[in-house]
Write a protein that binds this ligand. Structure first.
Ligand code: FAD
Length: 504
């Protein structure tokens, strides 16, 4: 019998990973040392790119039906609105920001996993493992129920920022701690005069106060403070900060969560050692500014799952897995840099710097193209594996998607219970022959280019991966390029020297 993949940690990333493997009919176990799911709201933001991937996985509808659909985010200072970024023009079928408590995200992912025949084993902690070359010998300690030794084909550490898998691998988690802290409060808010489902950020000489809607009438409030306090804030302390920095007339009540946190900005250099992978907070942590942490982690899982499924199903060689870190590492690096800049802008205290910040914000937010770029960047649709060792070919046509870019031709890319590539091309005999030749890797249906192959996309052929990124681009009729890309994919042979080694 095939050894299972062992996923350690049933946070949002581990649950995504396990559900994707289960969808692809790969044997998988998922364990968590905790007795139950988190009841804290924690990560609230689910961005369009994550929703697109959840749609391919088959569970986006439940998310969309559960969360609030935020149509914009606004920034205010001195009683004026400095800028408002709307999400309506995000180039995605999901042109909104989904606000949903992490506890709900985990509930929905767990239900999705159950619907695929999987289940989380709780009170089960990974306490040791050894990579034996052809598998991983794992020791699981079940609370009150003894020790279990099991053999896993691959081990995936989705065990959070303090990852014991990362520690046992001896991987450095390099980076810094920001010299500040934040208080956090999930409370009922009355008197806030911004649209009820819109995040709003208020800048003040003392610092910022931010309101994020969670459910009707209930908001997450975050405000920066000088240093990590010795205890959690009281409702009165949060109310005092809101009264001083906020828009006035806002009353808080009924707190369900009052807490504080410091910000670490860290990342591993390697996402894989032998048969062990890291994903999510185990591999990268950063400021919650921009709400990217959980999204980046879930997208790590989407990236690794189809590759691991192809390898486990013996439809591709293990070399394919070497592309995981080189693709996801640079994305985490970019997220780290972006969230760090956002946090430092929010934290500006000295007067000239704050005046300049206000001036620049007013000017920039007036320009529609800049507002659009900010929205698209936050949404995740601009993520691109520019230097991926899986990429083949360049661009076709002025607007044609390039290798490594996301392509959403709207014909079920990545859906179904097998990890399959999609051909986006004119449906002709040559395309049909390619599908027959690579029947184990390609979906049986051909997808027409979004504009029918006209001058926008160009007369080309696009090979789209199960996670929606373009693996290969060729000019119309140049089928040997696509054939070679698919052959390389199955052989797990990566293009060498496409990018310098990733720095932590
Ligand atoms: C206050 C706050 C606000 C945030 N806001 C946002 C936001 O708006 N948007 C966003 O994208 N992100 C946000 N984040 C970040 C987000 O919460 C994390 O990125 C996310 O939880 C990471 O998910 P994960 O699955 O990698 O790890 P975790 O959620 O930490 O899950 C790890 C799991 O592993 C289990 N585990 C650990 N060790 C073992 C072991 N040895 N054996 C078995 N199980 C183990 C743990 O019990 C845990 O359940 C926020 C975080 C905080 C703290």
């Amino acid at each position: 019998m095939m050894k299972p993949v062992l996923v350690v940690g049933a946070g949002p990333v581990g649950l995504t990973m396990a559900a994707e493997l289960a969808r692809y009919r790969v044997p998988v176990r998922i364990i968590d040392r905790a007795h139950g799911r988190t009841d804290q709201s924690r990560a609230l933001a689910v961005w369009p790119r994550t929703l697109e991937l959840l749609r391919a996985a088959g569970c986006a509808d439940a998310f969309a039906a559960t969360g609030l659909h935020a149509r914009a985010v606004s920034i205010h200072s001195d009683g004026r609105t400095l800028g408002r970024v709307t999400f309506g023009e995000i180039a995605s079928p999901f042109n909104y920001l989904l606000m949903i408590a992490q506890s709900e995200t985990e509930r929905l992912l767990e239900a999705h996993l159950r619907s695929l025949g999987g289940k989380v084993e709780r009170d089960a902690e990974l306490t040791a493992f050894v990579d034996t070359g052809d598998g991983v010998s794992c020791t699981i300690t079940h609370a009150g129920n003894g020790r279990e030794d099991m053999q896993a084909a691959w081990l995936i550490g989705c065990d959070g920022a303090h990852s014991s898998v990362r520690h046992r691998l001896g991987l450095a988690f390099e980076g810094d701690v920001l010299p500040t802290a934040f208080i956090i409060a999930d409370v009922h808010v009355a008197g806030l005069r911004v649209p009820p489902d819109e995040p709003a950020i208020f800048w003040h000489p003392d610092g910022a106060v931010m309101f994020f809607p969670i459910s009707p009438g209930r908001h997450r409030i975050i405000a920066d403070i000088a240093s990590v306090p010795s205890c959690d804030p009281t409702l009165q302390q949060v109310q005092a900060i809101v009264a001083r920095r906020g828009p006035g007339g806002v009353t808080l009540s009924d707190p369900v969560w009052l807490s504080h946190f410091g910000v670490n900005e860290r990342k591993v250099a390697d996402y894989r050692v032998g048969r062990v992978f890291l994903a999510g907070d185990a591999a990268h942590v950063h400021s919650p500014a921009g709400g990217q942490g959980m999204n980046t982690g879930m997208q790590d899982a989407f990236n690794l799952a189809w590759k691991l499924a192809l390898v486990m199903r013996q439809e591709a060689r293990a070399g394919l897995l070497d592309s995981y870190g080189p693709e996801r590492g640079p994305v985490a690096r970019q997220v780290l840099t972006g969230s760090s800049h956002m946090t430092r802008i929010v934290l500006l205290k000295n007067r000239p710097a704050r005046l300049l910040r206000g001036l620049v914000a007013r000017v920039l937010f007036r320009i529609p193209a800049i507002r659009r770029t900010i929205a698209n960047a936050l949404s995740g649709v601009m993520i691109r594996y520019r230097d991926s060792p899986l990429n083949t070919g360049g661009a076709v046509g002025p607007r044609g998607a390039r290798a490594g870019q996301r392509l959403d031709p709207g014909c079920g890319v990545g859906t179904g219970d097998l990890p399959r590539f999609t051909l986006v091309a004119r449906d002709d005999a040559a395309a049909r022959a390619m599908i027959a030749r690579h029947a184990t890797l390609l979906k049986p249906d051909i997808c027409p280019p979004p504009d029918g192959g006209g001058k926008g996309m160009g007369n080309g052929i696009w090979l789209v991966r199960p996670d929606g990124y373009v693996a290969a681009v060729a000019r119309g009729g140049d089928w040997p390029v696509i054939d070679a890309a698919l052959t390389r994919m199955a052989a797990g042979t990566l293009a060498a020297g496409t990018r310098p080694p990733e720095q932590p």
